[in-house]
Every structure is written in C-alpha cells, then in structure tokens.
Design a protein around this ligand. Structure first.
Ligand code: EPZ
Length: 431
C-alpha cells in the first residue's frame, strides 16, 4: 500500500494549478445517463472516485471513451435501471445515479450507500424529494426501489437538520428535468458544484431557473440531448493549496480558480491576517512574519464556510498564537484527524461539535493514519510545519479527491514522497 513520507521544510514557493472539481464531476458524470446522445466532458480530474463512477456508468450500459487525458465522451444508448451494491458500496456519491435513472427509465434500483467515518450520511431527503415527485419509493434488501411511472413535478422543500443537501439537490433536479409539470425546489443547495451541474443540464435542453439560489424551478421536458461541458475548478483543492502556502509562510500562487468560489474561506483567512492577492482566476498567498491571528469558524452549507476545508484550517490554527474554536455543523464527528494531529504535538480538545485549538505548538514528525479524504490533506499540511519526517498511511483516502497531489506540491518545493509501506521503518508500520 502506498504511504507518504513528508519532511517539514521551509516556505513553499511557486505556482500550482487546480484541476476539475470532484464534487461537480461526480453528479455531472451521472447526468450523462439522462440522454441517449453523446456528452463530451472536459477538465474531468483523474481520481479513483472518477474511475469508480465511470465503472458504474459502464455497468448500467454507458459507453465511455477517453480521447485524451481529462476528456470523456459518454454515450448511453441503452441502460439498465439497477446500480448494484458491489459497485455503490465503493463510493457514496454513486447515489447520484438515482435521479437520472428515475428520470430516464421511470424506475430505479440503487443500493443504499454504506456508512462513512465522517458521520451519519442518511439519504432520507433524497427519498422525500422523490416521493414529492409522486414516485413510489420502497427500501428493501439494502436497496432503494423507485417506481416513477406516475412521476409529476410539484413543490418540494428539501431542507434537513443541517440545511440543504448537495447530492440530494442534484438528484431531485435531475429527476425533475424529464418529469411532466413544474418542480419548485426550496432550500436547494447553492454549492458551485450544483450550479455547474445545472448549467450542464441547461446545455442538454433542461429548463431550470434560479440556478445558484436556494429556490430552483425546473420545468420538465420530453427529452434531453447531448452537449459539451467543462467541469469547474476544484475550490476545495484550491483551498488546500492556499493553506499549504500559509502554513509554510510561502509565496504560492494557486492558479485556475476564481476567488469568488471561496468567499467564506478567504474571508476567514483575511480575518486571520494572511496577506493575499486575489485575481480573476488566481489566489496568491504572500509570506508573513510572526503569527497570524486566530479565528473561530462554524461550517455551513454554501455560501457559508465549507466543511471540506475545516480540517485544513484546523491544521493552520495549530500554528497560530492563541485560541481558536472550529465548530462542525454539517458532520459533527468530522474530527478524525485530531488524534493524529495531537500525536504530532498539537494542542486540541474536542467539546461536542467543536475543536478547541491552542496554538502555536511545535509539531514534530510522526507516523500517522489518514481516516478520510480531507483529514489526510490536513495531516500533510501539518507535516509541512513539523520538524522531522511524518509517515502518512492509508493515503488511498487522499487519492479519491486530489489529483497528482505530491507531484503538484513537490513542484513548489514540498518534500513529499509517495513510497510503499514496506519502505517505512518496520516499527512504524500498522499491524
Ligand atoms: C457533498 O456530500 C460532498 N460530496 C461532500 O464532500 C461535502 O462534505 C458535503 O456535500 C457537504 O458540503 C459530494 O458532492 C460527492 P449533503 P453530500 O447531502 O451531498 C445531512 C468531500 O470531502 N443529510 O449536503 O453527501 C447529512 O447527513 C465530501 O469531498 C440528511 O440528513 O452531503 C449532512 O449532515 C465529503 N439527509 C448534511 O445533510 C439527506 O438525505 C449535508 O449533507 C442528505 C443529507
């Protein structure tokens, strides 16, 4: 199994380019099932999650062709309505097949995604939305069975205990595109990835208004057609690179990202006193002396502070003089990285949904375990600020969401190597 060896080193310097957004590309790939014509997708990141989604698309009958890196041509002439457990269990986001299959096939049998280390991730809102579209929905044998023969657009309030749902909104919008009548979706997610999906659906002939707002109106059409679409930049990857620059006090320009996609995040870094230069499609982090200021953060649905950048900010706050409180409102248990940061010397205590971080503490290299995608990124960022070597195991979590991570960071001076676990000092290896 691959591991990372990361050595604490000085300031990172240079330009680093952001790839396509995982969380846009996943529902967008699923949306290609809505038409029997070819959809050409560009700027699709090369990630294990993408490979899983493409495997599922092929399993339901889609033809997939990759004419060049980052480009996929997908044609779904004939498809089946079943997404089996042995594929869906590999990746939660395959639940995004529900909407397109319901719309196109008027029925679906999709395995219910399994548990997740970051916390409970029910799909009750997806099911509520489908029922509101006059679908018969039954849960049996670990599957969601949907009969959409009488599907009909209508009013839906999709808000849950922590507000809107991203993939829930994606599923209901996709289901409503081919449903007779008009669907008024309230408390819809406004994440840029949902906007990107809706923009592509409009290119396919869907009728959607209110894109980017909490109220989406979808007027069903008979048929959707093929299109060409380029996936938006990955704002979470960009935010991770911004913190890499900040935690090493480097001069790093993150290219190919519009700062407006990261409003709440950049606002918090500004509050912390991080010197930055913002351009139309780049964010430049500038060197600084002394300590940044601590900030308190509460994660919220977009345009609030993104939960997927919570752990990374936590790593930075371990190197900041004073007390900061990070409260996780989306996934209350999303602190799996904290015990590993404590092993590196961080002073963090967990009180309910909040992490209380006392800084600045001297971090030292240690063998640590990645538990999920964003937690692994936070451990690598902390390792950049640590003295000595940090060995990070289970980096398959990171490969799910960061394309060529170590190559991109090495190019701006990071000491990060992908090695085999057999290269690790034996005493550090997990049993
Ligand atoms: C998306 O997950 C992202 N994944 C997640 O990114 C991200 O953390 C999350 O949105 C929040 O921004 C993809 O887009 C593939 P939600 P999703 O439905 O859609 C509750 C990453 O690191 N909820 O918006 O699954 C839920 O439990 C990943 O890239 C219900 O209660 O998240 C959570 O507390 C991790 N019932 C909250 O809503 C439902 O039916 C938000 O979940 C659905 C959700």
């Amino acid at each position: 199994m691959d591991v990372f060896k990361v050595s604490g080193n000085g300031p990172l310097n240079g330009q680093i380019k952001v790839g396509g957004a995982k969380n846009a590309a996943l529902p967008i790939l699923a949306a290609t099932l809505l038409t029997d014509e070819t959809v050409v997708l560009r700027n699709v990141p090369d990630l294990s999650d993408m490979r899983f989604m493409l495997e599922i698309l092929r399993h339901v009958g889609a033809e997939t062709v990759q004419p060049e890196p980052g480009v996929w041509e997908i044609t779904s002439k004939q498809i089946t309505h079943i997404a089996p457990y042995d594929l869906v269990r590999k990746m939660r986001a395959s639940v995004c097949l529900l909407g397109p299959l319901v719309a196109r096939m008027r029925k679906a049998e999709v395995s219910i995604p399994g548990g997740c280390v970051i916390g409970p991730r029910p799909i009750d809102l997806h099911i509520k939305g489908l029922k509101k579209l006059n679908c018969q929905v039954e849960i049996a044998n670990g599957y969601v069975h949907v009969d959409a023969s009488e599907i009909q657009g209508g009013p839906i309030f999709l808000g849950g205990r922590s507000g809107s749902t991203v993939t829930g909104t994606a599923n209901i919008v996709m289901a409503a595109t081919l449903a007779p009548g008009t669907t008024r979706l309230e408390c819809a997610a406004c994440e840029p990835e949902v906007v990107d999906l809706c923009n592509m659906l409009v290119k396919m002939g869907a009728k959607i208004t209110g894109i980017g707002s909490p109220e989406l109106v979808i007027t069903g059409v008979e048929k959707l057609h093929g299109c060409e679409h380029s996936v938006i930049a990955d704002r979470i990857e960009a935010g991770t690179f911004v913190i890499a620059g900040a935690i090493t006090r480097g001069d790093v320009t993150v290219k190919g990202i519009a700062p407006k996609l990261l409003g709440a995040f950049l606002d918090k870094l500004e509050e912390a006193g991080l010197p930055m230069e913002l351009g139309e499609d780049y964010i430049r982090v500038l060197p600084y002396e002394g300590s940044l200021k601590t900030v308190d953060v509460v994660t919220l649905p977009h345009p609030g502070y993104p939960t997927d950048l919570q752990a990374q900010l936590g790593a930075l706050m371990t190197q900041t003089e004073g007390l900061s409180i990070i409260t996780e409102r989306i996934y209350p248990n999303r602190f799996m990285h904290v015990p590993e940061l404590q092993r590196m010397g961080a002073d963090i205590s967990i009180e309910g949904p909040s992490a209380i971080i006392k800084g600045a503490t001297k971090l030292s290299g240690a063998p640590v375990m990645a538990s999920d995608l964003r937690a692994s990124a936070a451990l690598i960022l902390a390792a950049f600020a640590a003295v000595g070597d940090t060995w990070i195991q289970r980096i398959y979590h990171l490969d799910r969401g960061y394309e060529r991570f170590e190559q991109k960071l090495s190019a701006i001076g990071a000491k990060i190597e992908r090695l085999k676990d057999t290269d690790m000092p034996k005493e550090l290896l997990e049993d």
